[in-house]
Design a protein around this ligand. Sequence first.
Ligand code: PEP
Ligand code: MG
Length: 629
Amino acid sequence: MALPEDDAVRPPRRPRAAAPAPPSAAPIDAQVLERRLVGIPVSPGIAIGPVFGASEPRAEVVRQKIAAADIGSQTARLEAAVLQSRKQLQKLRARLGVLPEASQAEIAPLIDAYLQMVGPSRLVRGARRRIGELLVSAETAVMDASEEITTAILATPPADEDPAGRERRAEEVREIARRLVRNLTQTPFRSFAGVPDGAVLVCESLRPADAALLDPARLAGVATDEGGADGHAAIMLRALGMPAVLGVAGLSQNARPGDTVVVDGAAGVVTVNPTPLTLAAARRSVTAFARERQKLARLRRLPAVTEDGEAIELQANMEIPAELPLIAQAGAAGIGLLRSEFLFMNRETLPDEQAQLETYRTVIEAMGGDPVTIRVLDWGGEKDIEALQSEGVVPEVADQNPALGMRGIRLLLRRTDLFEVQLAAILRAAASGPTRVLLPMVTNVGEVRAAREVYDRVVRRLRRRGDRLPDPIPPLGIMIETPGAALSADALALEADFFAIGTNDLAMYTLAVDRGDSEVSALYDPLHPAVLRLVQFATEAALRMRMPVSVCGEMASNPRLTPLLIGLGLRSFSMNASAVPRVKQAVRAANIDDCVRFARRVMEQSDPERIKEMVLGVPVAERPKAGAE
Ligand code: PEP
Ligand code: MG
């Protein structure tokens, strides 16, 4: 992601959109000719409207030394700026109440993180220390402290964080430093008060805090010179459902206030001064997009049944609790895979039984009677968890071959103390609603038997302790995500209460392709006949035993794969919440007999290319990756 300029430190690279040249100064072609600028598609939808450029005066700062006698007054200035920043952020937090619930869920955690940073944070402490020890002005102290912290964040990444996550954390620190400097120098913030209805906001960059102030009912869309798809501003624009394209180089030089622009948030294109032809096409796209959205929203209340009346269960996967409102909005019938790893991440110590209980209970209660499948800790592979290392559960140095090492159920059976705490928390939370327990990375029946012994032992202990447990106790199921498990599915079906087929790892282990390695990503193919045969074998083993079986890997979220999976006998799918409406649409268009015939034809094929052509229905060269839509 291109980082927004720290305007407190460096001059801006280009003139600002809001400082327009007089019309006569613009080149002739800039006044009349259509210009098509390409950026990063960030939030889908089409916006057509006049450009609104929200101007923001630059905070001018010179780095300054101070006399020892001024330490007190500079510290007092810093404290006043901290207080003012906190009040501004609290006001912003209170304003979130007017946004749709899903947007609030996305934006509130960021504003809370900002609020923490204007508390007793490293940034504020560092700035205070610099004033006293290095004798610099409050502005200089804030800028230098911010630089030191962001350099440290970017230089020593924790093993479990991707580069985009590090950039985001660094940007949060820069953002608060900029706010403090703005307040110290009393430079006004950008104002959105005068945005005309239906305008398109065009500016060099957008702060996440700015995005939180945008009113989706008034503003048609957003386009900026800087920014990328992974930043907080992008996440917020998506949460607000506002068409947006970021990172459009040269945009603010080309689009002047008052110009008409078309923002295509799906294609990542901004057209300035569109011709009548372009405008007409854009208007048609607006109508088509609105119709599609309405259709998908209407689906929320419609049942997931095939054209010939067979019910299909569509559930959501959940990685963090902030997804709960989205899951409810998507019309998912419960949670088919709660990846409990989030409880163990970004912390030094392991969560105890009470902390886990509260989280599970919140999720189960939020589902209001729809079932929740909680997968016990699946550590390993690419999922590094600091707390496990600092508490000595796993070695600080990773296995040579982590995907094949001590991961998933193997670790839990080695460290039954950890396993028992988690099972106890789940069992107690299960008194609040229908719950299932899911074991990750199973490869043989011995593991299921051993896990059930631990499970039964925890049940007995809790009953002795007088805890309220559901009767019967939650079913204990297993992930089918290794070829070993898939090929022993008939034996495993005698031990487990249900199967959840994890096609992500199943494809990885079957094809010997690391799912996170871009070098071999072209070989990662969930539609490879070997993977499909394993899915079929495991599904049929479960169906013979009349045992529940679902797919919870990414394959479940691609509506083009829905007919094939239904044809293989599957009736339950769990996917990211946003995929539920489209998959429901595919379910409602499907006919069981047709699906069965189609699956039979697909399973006769041994050529992966032919299978992809049949299932995805597009020429090989234009094909999207299976599992992603
Ligand atoms: C899978 O492997 O398909 C799965 C659902 O588990 P995860 O993606 O969490 O490894
Ligand atoms: Mg997995």
